[in-house]
Every structure is written in C-alpha cells, then in structure tokens.
Design a protein around this ligand. Structure first.
Ligand SMILES: Cc1ncc(COP(=O)(O)O)c(C=O)c1O
Length: 374
C-alpha cells in the first residue's frame, strides 16, 4: 500500500548544488555568506525592512518575545487553536499565558475576543496572532486593539509564508502586505513540512532597525563585537547555520512554483468539499492564503481519520486547543466553542508540493468513502 504523507519537502538537484557549494566554502556553521544572502532575499520577497534568520520558528518567537522585553509575570495572549510552539516561548520566559478563541470566518483569533481579553486581563504585554494553516488572521482590528491597550503584536506566520492581504482588505495597515510584515515582529518557520524548508530554521521579520539588531544580538549569545568573548546579556545560540541558509536560498527561488502547486491542491479539495457539503477553512475576504495545510470539518472525524490512516493516508486532526494541552491546562481562556469544534471535527489533508494528481485523487476517493461510511 502506497503511503501518502501529510506535508513533506520537495528537494531537487538545485538544492543539492547549493548545499555542495556551501560545504566546499568550508563555512557550514554560524559564519558564512549564505545567511545574510538568505535574509536579504527573504526581505525582498516579503517587502520587509529587516529579516533575522534563526535556528527554528520556535527560536524566532522566543527571540521576538525576549527582544520586546517580555519577562516573568508579563501577560501574553495566544491563539487557542495552534501548534504548541506558538505559546511555549512565552512560558520559557516565565510569562503568564491566556488563550483566545478563533472566529469561524478564518479559524484565527476572534478580534472581538482579543479586545475583551485585553480589557479584562489587563495589562497584556504582547499578543501572538497565528495565521493558521496559511490563512491570514483578521489582523486590522487586532492591531488596533493592541495599539489601544499598549500591547505588542507578534505575528506567528510560521505556516503562512506567501500569504497576503489584498488591496480591498478593509484595514489600510494590512492592505497589499505579506502576512508576517504587519505586527511589531513576524515569525516564520522553515521546518521540513513548511512551504519552503531550510531543514530546520526560522526568521524574525522586523520593521524597526534597532529591534532587528537586538534580535540578531540575542541570537548570537549576545556577544559584543571584537575578538574577546564579552557578553552584555544572557543570549542564545539561535543563529541560522550557513548550511541551512544555502538550502533556504535554493528553496526560496522556487517559492512561486511551490505556492502555485499548494493553491492548486487546495482548490481541488475545496471543490470536492463544496460539492459534498463540507466546510473548508474559510478564506477571509481581502486575504489570500498560502494554503499550507488544507483543512475541513467533517462529522465523526475520528472514524474518517482512522479510515484514511488505515489506507496509508497521513491526514491529521486540526490542533488540540492549547488550553486543553496537559502542559498548559489551567491557564485562562477567552471563548472556546470554536476551537473546541475545530479540534473535534477538523481534518487536515495531504498537501505536499510533490503530491501528484493521481495521489490526490486517491486521497479524495478514500475520503469520500470514509465520509459515507463513518
Ligand atoms: C504555528 C506554528 N508556530 C510555530 C512553529 C514552530 O516552528 P519550528 O518547528 O520551526 O520551531 C510551527 C511549526 O512547526 C507552527 O506551525
């Protein structure tokens, strides 16, 4: 039986060539030309002022919080429906966390609940807004609420490279912008399952030059310039190695193709779901999803998932709410009915860039049979 994975990278001879060049340069670790070249290329791609490449998406969020001064006892709001890495870095820093439910319109942070949480749980130091599965959050009103209440806004765009806001998105601060470039800091992941990969890696996207310099400094053990080992803060070994950046440059060159394929795969799932009366993750008007991980709601999801798994199709449930995770249980939650429903009925489908039409046809056929029988 052929296995169909959820989301695996597409690697080619081009990737190999860049990696070989990097090995031949002798600079495979935290020094080398590819890291800065990758940062410049990514900044151009995103229309961003500054990009700091780092070791993972989790490291990017940790650096972002630390650079914004989040520390013990500070309050941080995070999406309830997301991967655990959206929240863990705040816990590393001793911050207090509360989770905020999704809206049905995008499956992302509900702006009205963010406003309520900012008011009732004041003072909040930072809000981490996730662009779930590549679908941009309704960031305009969230940004305004953060500014009103003096909270920083971090975009967790780990899943959303290539997602954007169109010219007709209602809020001017987001119009025509890429996801991850709007908040105080945006964070990306280049893990192997993402739209492009560096093996492992991440990046902070920053408009403010001093903030970018602070993040870079913290990512390199907060070591002062010069040949001595003098450190003016407790830093981290979070800089992206040159070898990973070389792979990132090769992958970034193919981002438009990868996004086109992701969107074609998602469109096919969406057409099937619409024809059979199932709801996919909605596209918020005025936004364009990267369609990193196409997901839909199906009744009796666990039975459907088991049937797919039994046929080697590595579909997955939508995220368990962070508020229900054993490691975060007991923290406050604002709302929760939507993230509970997404967790109970949400199903994410195979969507590797390399998924063939025949493979996708098989996924859809098994899904259709499983939904009929469940
Ligand atoms: C929403 C979200 N945030 C953060 C991360 C963490 O990224 P990384 O695995 O590169 O540490 C991921 C993915 O892994 C993610 O999906």
């Amino acid at each position: 039986m052929e296995e169909i994975p959820l989301a695996v990278p597409t690697l080619s001879a081009d990737d190999e060539r860049w990696l070989v060049d990097c090995v031949r340069s002798g600079f495979v670790s935290s020094v080398g030309a590819f890291v800065e070249e990758f940062e410049r290329a990514l900044a151009r791609q995103l229309g961003a002022a500054h990009v700091v490449a780092c070791a993972s998406g989790t490291a990017a969020i940790h650096l972002a919080l630390r650079a914004l001064g989040v520390g013990p006892g500070d309050r941080v709001l995070v999406s309830d429906c997301t991967f655990v890495a959206s929240a863990n870095p705040a816990a590393y820093l001793g911050a207090e966390l509360a989770f905020v439910d999704s809206e049905t319109a995008s499956w992302n942070l509900d702006p009205a609940l963010v406003e309520e949480a900012l008011r009732r749980w004041a003072p909040v130091k930072a809000v981490i807004a996730v662009h779930l599965y590549g679908q941009p959050a309704d960031l305009g009103p969230i940004l305004e609420a953060c500014r009103r209440h003096g909270a920083f806004l971090i975009e967790d765009a780990a899943e959303a490279l290539g997602a954007s806001y169109a010219a007709d998105y209602p809020h001017p601060a987001c119009r025509g912008r890429q996801a991850g470039t709007i908040g105080d800091i945006g964070c990306l992941s280049f893990n192997g399952n993402k739209v492009i990969t560096t093996g492992g890696g991440g990046a902070c996207i920053v408009a403010d030059a001093a903030l970018a310099a602070r993040i870079r400094h913290l990512s390199t053990q907060a070591k002062l310039p010069g040949i001595g080992f003098v450190h003016d803060a407790i830093g981290y070994n979070y800089r992206m190695p040159n070898l990973n950046a070389a792979l990132g440059l090769a992958q970034l060159a193919r981002l438009p193709q990868f996004l086109e394929r992701k969107r074609a795969i998602a469109a096919r799932y969406r057409a099937w779901a619409a024809a059979h009366g199932y709801a996919c993750q909605p596209t918020l008007p005025g936004t364009r999803s990267s369609e990193w991980l196409p997901s839909l709601l199906v009744p009796r999801r666990d039975a459907v998932l088991a049937a797919l798994q039994a046929r080697g199709i590595r579909a997955r449930p939508v995220w368990t709410p962070l508020s229900a995770q054993p490691c975060h249980r007991g923290r406050p939650r604002f709302g929760g009915a939507v993230s509970d429903r997404l967790a109970a009925e949400g199903l994410s489908l195979p969507c590797s860039v390399g998924l063939s039409d025949e493979q996708q046809q098989r996924v859809i056929a098994v899904l259709e049979e499983a939904c009929r029988c469940a």
